[in-house]
Every structure is written in structure tokens, then in C-alpha cells.
Design a protein around this ligand. Sequence first.
Ligand code: AGP
Length: 610
Amino acid sequence: MCGIVGYIGEKNAQQIIVEGLRKLEYRGYDSAGVAVWTGTELLLDKAEGRLAVLEERLRQKPLSGSLGIGHTRWATHGKPSDENAHPHTDQSGAFAVVHNGIIENYLAIKEELLAKGYTFKSETDTEVIAHLLADMYDGDLVSTVKRAVQRMRGAYALGIMSAHEPDKLVAVRLASPLIVGVGSGENFIGSDIPAILEHTRDVYILNEGEMAVLTRSGVELLSVESGERIERELFHVEWDLVQAEKGGYDSFMLKEIFEQPQAVRDTIGPRIDEANKRVVLPELKMSDEELASFDRIYIVACGTSMHAGLVGKELIEKLTRVPVEVAIASEFRYRDPIVTPRTLMIVISQSGETADTLAALREAKQKGVKVLAITNVVGSSVSREADEVLFTWAGPEVAVASTKAYTSQVVVLYLFGLYLAQAKGTQTTEQIAEVVEQLQQLPAKITAVLQDTDGVRRFAESIKDVTSLFFIGRGLDYAVSLEGSLKLKEISYIHSEAYAAGELKHGTLALIEEDVPVIALVTQPDLYDKMISNIVEVKARGARVLGFAQEGDTELAKTVDQVVHIPATLPFLSPVLTVIPLQLLAYYASVARGNDVDKPRNLAKSVTVE
Ligand code: AGP
């Protein structure tokens, strides 16, 4: 995820900023840059690659001054490169901008600026902001930023400085995190607390729609919309550096679980045509005709990404009636699959570097199959080698156990399924609009799930000493069960199996005895009665059952020992919500057993060997 650091004071800005960026390295990045006001001009340097590359350049040609902004970029719009690295400046070089997040309507603004004669050096949405500021500047930086920001839609955090007013640093927050550090005769901005912790522990945490104007002697907080001053108490940070990197959470996994509302919002955000409630995927190069011509889809991936594919299969088939087969990459690559020119292959990989997935992709391409990649890492091998790419905008995932990548992958699959349905005409405009509206409500519903975790925590603590347990579900609930079971296995080391509930009686029921925990997912109305029958079967053998149902369900509690409710949504969107308590269940069970949640034994984050 991108990192922002800014400084205004009396000391060497370049040094403070580079040190701050180093503290944000754990978030992942692919390029870095710094801009400094030297006293006479605004100079910058930026470079693709590690921070060390930039540092070497700065060693040879330092930027000397006491006002500056810096950035580590995790590529979104445009590949990792020197040109696309931040800060970005306008044509005159008077405005410099660093930016985290996404400006959804940047293309419309860019076209307007192009028509006025502005020329662009990068492929980024951020550069648009620098030109827009120059275009709108009226002699007052603060009021210009306020007016410019009101034109920008999206989720972002900005750090801005200008050669016209080199006594100020302006910060703006809309949805992406940003903090202001308050020192004595110096002030700071940072996208995360570790960036400034060495210099001050007193911070303002900006809320959505707020901006901060920093001078050497003070900080003013303002509402972007009304321009009114905001009074806020300083927050005194007690965390040490390691705690601060985890945002105050006990582990990266927990932090990433709690980042899911943001990850899902960012992934959906730029891909909805609000006026018509339809999906737009401008990043796809293929035409609607080509898309509509596919009559068979393979989804190929490993582990959690493959489980996202299982959800994708159900929903793409439902929306488009195109048959979808999900394959484990390590199997697919050796299997001589049946393909035709009308076959589409979708590969899913958080890292974009998984060896088996990459090999399957290459195998398919050799057979002339069109490959669409869903990945979280711009510039990854999968993203470079696939014909088409849809990125998940989840930000870097540090914990080995994948959480926010899964929900973002599932969301991209919904978007793609809807887009394919639009191209094929298999759903009406009204049906598409209904799903889109419900999709947009998911981030708020994930937040609601995350606010009520007591039931799951209690159950997790109760299973800490069991040796084996079962997940059961049907249809989409079965697909989510597989992911819940994998999560539990990999970080708690408790043996678990996920079963299609109707399949239990064909063998596995023999393992159900007194007090064996069974986790039953019951969110699909069409399969509700069948699930109740399966739960009764395991209860009759003495199982202790935790059930998951949609809000409003009062029946399940009569059959199971404990119920966890998830917010009501369209049944076919429920996987995005149901998986969250399952992730938490694995997390709490792992903590209760004293395991290292972020680094489970024998596992690596990215499996780059066969
Ligand atoms: C899940 O928690 C694991 N980290 C693992 O199953 C992972 O999803 C799998 O190795 C695939 O990784 P990828 O998405 O980076 O390709």
C-alpha cells in the first residue's frame, strides 16, 4: 500500500522523509520519491524499485530544504516506473502532490485538462491533481485545494505543497488513512503512525472529508466541504514501533481482517457506473463481442485464491449460464485440459507469483487460450503475462493467512460475472442494478460483522483443545466452508474438514461423535431445509454445532447450540460476509493456542517453487 510522509520545520526534510518512508516499507511498495522546497525552487527525485535506489540518487544529489513530501508507491494506475512514481508536479513545477488511493473520475478531469493544453508525463491518476491545482490556483493554496478536492471522487489521502506558498503543507483525507504529527516548531504528515513516531507521539487522526494546513508553528484542521475549523484533541500514541506497524492490532492478520471494508470498497469503487448502476471495467481490452463469445471458463488458482474461484464458479454460472470449471493449478498444469478458441481462463493469485498458477497460465497461453488474471500486485509475473488483468485493490497483504485478498477476489469475480452478463444479455438491467446496489452495501455490512465478534471468540476459545472439527454447507456455503476450514488449519493447526453437507452420510458421518464441533453455514434460503436435516443428523450423534445464518433468522437457533448472524444481503453475495467470522474464528483459535498468527509453521506467504 502506498505510504505518505511530509515535513515542515527547520530540519533536513529529505532525511526525515526518507527515514519515515523506511518505516512504511513493511506495507510494500514498488517505487519511491521525495519533493523538497529548497528556498528558491521545488525539486524532486523519484525512482522505481527499493528505497535504497532513491537514497543512492539523493546521496549523489541531495535535496536540501526544510519543507517536503515523500511517497512509496504501490502501483495502481500505471506500471511501476520512475515516471509513475510520486510526487507528481504540474507543468510549471510549482505544485507537488503525493497521493494514496484512487481518484475515480480522473479520466474525465484529465480530458478537460488535455483540452486546455496540459500535457501529462505519467499514466497515473495523481498527476491529474497537480495540473488541476495549477489550473484552479487563485493565489490561495488552501482554498484552491478545497475547491479542487470537491471535484474529485474516490477514496484518497493527499499531501500537497506549492512553490507559491512555501510556508505551508496541506493534507486531505477522504477514506484513505492520514495523520498529522505535531512537534515543536515542526509538524508532520504520515499515512501511518510509524512514519513519524520517531519525532512525535502527539497526532491528529484526520477523519473523512477533513484537511489539515501545517505551518512550522501550528496545525489547523478544516472541513473540506464547509471550510469550517475543526477543534480536536491530540491523540497521544503509546505504541512502540512494531505495534504501530500493525496499526495497534496484535497481528497483521487481524489488521488485514479489519481492513476488509476498505479493501472491498476500493475494489468496487471505480468499477460502477453510478448513473446506470452497471459495471464498467475500462481496464479490459477485449470487446463485448469477444467476451460474449466465450462458452466455457476455467478458473485456475491455489489455496485461498482457488476457494475464491469456487464462489466465482457459482455466481458466474448463475449470472451468465456459461459453464465454469474450477481447477487447482498444480493439477491443471499437467492435465492436458480440453480447450477451444471459445475458452476463457481466469487465473487468480494474490501475489501474482505462485509457481503453479504461473505455470498453468503459461500452459494455457501456449494452447492459445485467452487468459484473464485477477491479482493484487501490479507488475507481478501473472499480471505481466496474462492477456487481461483485473486488479484487486486490497493493498499489500503481509500475513501468510490470506483474508482481505480473498474478499477482494470474490468481489472482482462478482464484478466480472455482472460484466459478462451485461455483454451476453443474460440479466435484465433491473437485475444487474439490484446486485450492484447490494454489492455497494457490502463494505458497511462487513463493518457491522466486525463490530460483533464475541460469539465467534467464545466458540474459538471452546475449541482450542479439540483435535478435529468439521465445517458443513451447501452450494455457496460449501465453497465458503472450504475457506473457513483452510484458515483454521493453517494458523491454529487444528485438523478440520469441510464437507458438502449432503455428502456426510456417505462416510464422514462415522467420525461424528459426542461433543465433536461442527460449524454449519446456513445462509442460502433454497437449501435451508436440507441444511437443517443435515444438522439434525450430526446433532443426533452428539455434535456441538455453531450455526451461521442471515440476520432475521429465528429458526436455526432451535436446532443448533450457538448461532452467529451475518447481515442480510442477496443470498448469492453472502460469501463476502460469512467468511469474515470464519477468519476471526481461525484467528481467535490460533491466539488461544499460543501460535504465531502471522507466520504459521511450514508455510510461506508466496509459494514461488513447485
Ligand atoms: C491462504 O491463506 C494461503 N496463504 C494460500 O492458500 C494462498 O492463497 C495460496 O498459496 C495462493 O497464493 P496466491 O493467491 O498468492 O497465488
